[in-house]
Design a protein around this ligand. Structure first.
Ligand SMILES: [Fe+2]
Length: 246
């Protein structure tokens, strides 16, 4: 009897706990009063990165900050329109269409900048390296496909994605900032191939810019992303023995 009582008590406590969690999860974010505007991350630690002039980086940081600003402006404007009962207007629809451009412009630059600052040498024993080999046949095959994708004519991004559902990596071309993202896949490595990313330092030599980008990658960050951590704390300093020859 005593055992039955304890079992009932335990079941009640667990159920109450689960109900509490459910209530917490179901509460709209807007009711929490904790929604803050997006703020620009500081990537000034990248100044001095080999292959990237400080001038080019500073201009690029300023462009990125523009996307953060416009993402916040769009969100504020759309919320205002909803409050004013204007959410069925053509202007509201246009703002909704524009949102993917500004938001992805912000977020992709954050992934891009935080991929840099390393020595470009991957760890052959890492899970990411092994997954690249499993998906592409070899690391060299992946890199060739990544570069060839990035050399496509047009402005946008080449992104190494991880499709967790199929357990495979793939290189995808993204038009501008927002067209062509594979749903539900995880960004591992984005390469900005808008002209602003390379004209300052390399003129029209996009290939030379891509090579400089690959040499400046911090593979420790990419490995963390593959493990599910999109923005690890400030990347560890890359030491002489942090990687192996690719
Ligand atoms: Fe850019």
């Amino acid at each position: 009897m005593k055992r039955l009582f304890l079992l009932l008590l335990l079941t009640t406590v667990v159920c109450m706990g689960l109900a509490g969690c459910k209530e917490k999860a179901a509460k709209p974010a807007s009711d929490t009063g904790k929604i803050r505007p997006y703020s620009a991350k500081d990537f000034s630690y990248l100044l001095g990165t080999p292959g990237f002039s400080d001038n080019a980086l500073k201009l690029h940081f300023a462009l990125y900050e523009g996307y953060v600003k416009n993402t916040n402006l769009l969100l504020t404007k759309m919320e205002e329109m909803v409050r004013q009962g204007k959410s069925q207007s053509s202007e509201f629809s246009e703002l909704k269409r524009r949102f993917g451009f500004e938001f992805n412009g912000m977020r992709l630059h954050e992934y891009y900048f935080s991929s840099l600052g390393g020595n470009g040498i991957p760890d052959k024993e890492s899970d990411l390296y092994k997954a690249i080999v499993a998906s592409f046949g070899s690391f060299e095959n992946w890199q060739k496909d990544f570069v060839d994708t990035a050399m496509s004519r047009g402005v946008g991004w080449t992104v190494l994605y991880y499709d967790e559902i199929q357990n495979r990596l793939m290189n995808v071309w993204i038009n501008e900032h927002h067209v062509g993202h594979p749903a539900g896949c995880r960004v591992i490595l984005p390469l900005d191939v808008f002209e602003h990313a390379f004209l300052v330092d390399y003129g029209l030599d996009k290939k030379a810019y891509i090579e400089a980008f690959l040499k400046a990658l911090n593979w420790k960050v990419l490995e963390e992303r593959f493990r599910g951590q999109p923005f690890p704390e400030r990347p560890a300093e890359v030491t002489e023995k942090s990687g192996q020859e690719a």
